[in-house]
Design a protein around this ligand. Sequence first.
Ligand code: BES
Ligand code: ZN
Ligand code: ZN
Length: 466
Amino acid sequence: MDIQLTNNVDNADILVDFLTKDTIKTKENAEILELAGFLGEQDSICFLHEKKYLACGVDEASEDLIRSASSVAIKTLKASKYTSASFVVNQENIKAVVEGIILGGYEYTRYKSKPKESTLENINLVCDDVKSLQNPFEEAVIVAEATCYTRDIVNTIPEDLHPESFAKIAIELAQENSLECNILAEDRLKDEKMEAMLAVGRASRHESQLIHLTYKPKTKAKKIISLVGKGLTYDSGGLSLKPSTSMVTMKMDKAGACAVLGMIKAISELKLDVEVHAFIGAVENMIGGDAYKPDDVLVTRSGKTVEVRNTDAEGRLVLCDVLDYAQDKVKADYIFDFATLTGACMVALGQYTTGVMGHSNKLKHGIFDAANNSGELVGSLPFNRHLKMLLKSDIGDISNVSSKPYGGAITAGLFLDNFIKEENKDKWLHFDIAGSAYTESPWDCNVYGATGAGVRLISSFIKTIE
Ligand code: BES
Ligand code: ZN
Ligand code: ZN
C-alpha cells in the first residue's frame, strides 16, 4: 500500500470524509446519509458506493478521534475491492490520518499460509498545499512505520525470536541506520558480573544477550538519552511456573526491548539532534534442571544481593543488571526503561494505559505532554516509603517480590529504583507497558497482537527536547 500527498482530489476510486453529527447537515449527501441511518457516531461508517464516498463518524475533529476513525476506514477499505482511496488532510489532522492508516491497516501475516490479499494499492492524502504538509507527513510515516517494526518483532514467535536472533535483528538495524552496535553474549556478561540477568536465562537453550545500540547525530547532541528495554523473548514464569492460560501471549514479554529498537529507529530516521543509547537485556525464562530457583540469592552487577522468592518476577532481575551497566557506560541526561513488568499495572490502570514511575515530577509532566501529543495513554503510579519497605529481605539486601499483594506495579518500580544511582534519580523514569503493549482485541489504531506502545510517545517526547 502506497501513501502519497497530492493536491488532486479526483484520481481515486473513493473519497473518505470525516463527519460529526453537526457537519453531516452541511454535506451534499446529507439526505442519503440520513436515509441510510448514518448519525456520525464515533467509528461508525457509511458507504455511498455510487457517489464514490465513504462517510466516517467522529464525535469531534480531534486527533485521537480522527486516528481511530481512520483505522476503521482503512480496515473497511482493505476488505473491499477498491484499489485507491483519497483522504482529505490538513495541518491539524495529517499525523492522525497517517497513523490511523498505517497502524490501523497493519496486519501480521508471517504465519498465515494464505494471507488475505487486498486490492487497495494507493492512498492519496489530498490537501491544498502539499509543500507545507510534506514534513509532518514524512515524520508521521517514519514514526508509524517504526511502530509497525516494533509490532513485527513482538509478534514473532519465541521459536524464531530468541535472544540470539534478537541480537541479529539489532545488528541488521544498526547496519541499515548507521548505528553503533555492541553485543555481549554470556561470556562477556560473566565478565561484567551480571549474575542476576544470567540466572534468569540459565535454563534456556539460548544464550542471553545484552544489546547496546548507539545513535549519534551529525551535529552536536542537545541531550543524551539512554533507553533500556526488558527483552524476555519468552516468560514461562520459570520454576514459579505460570498457569497455562497466563502463559499464552508471553512472547510479548520482549515488548519493552522491541519498543526501544523502534524508538532508536525512528529517532535516527528523523535525524534528531540527540544521542540515543538503546540497551536491551534479551533473555528467555524457562524451566529445567539448570533453572534458577525461589530461595536463591543472586549477586547483581551492582554488588547488591537479591533474594529470589518468585522466578516469575524475572524482568526486574534482568533490568537491574542492564540498568546498572547502562549507567556505568553512558552519562545520560535521561534514562527511560520500558518493560512488560507486572500484571498489577493492568489492575491499577487498565490494559490501555502505560504506567509511569519515577522521582521527577518535571520529567513526568514532560511525558504527559508527549502522551497528549502522541495519543498514547499514560498514568502516573506514585512511589511511597511504605511500599518500599515491603521489599525487605531477611537473607539478602532486597527481595525480588513484595511481601504484600497490593501495589505490585509500584513495588516492581521501587525494586528498580534500588539500582538507580543517586545522581541519576531525577533522570530516570520507568514505563510499565504490560497492558498497553499487546492486545487480543482491537482498540484505537491497534489491531490484534503487539501495539508498539512507547514508540510514538518517546519519539514525540524527544522531538521537543531543547
Ligand atoms: N511478564 C510478566 C508480567 C506480565 C503479566 C506482562 C501479564 C504482561 C501481561 C512478569 O514477568 C511477571 O510475571 N510478573 C509477575 C510478578 C509477580 C510474580 C510479583 C506478575 O505480574 O504476576
Ligand atoms: Zn514473569
Ligand atoms: Zn516477564
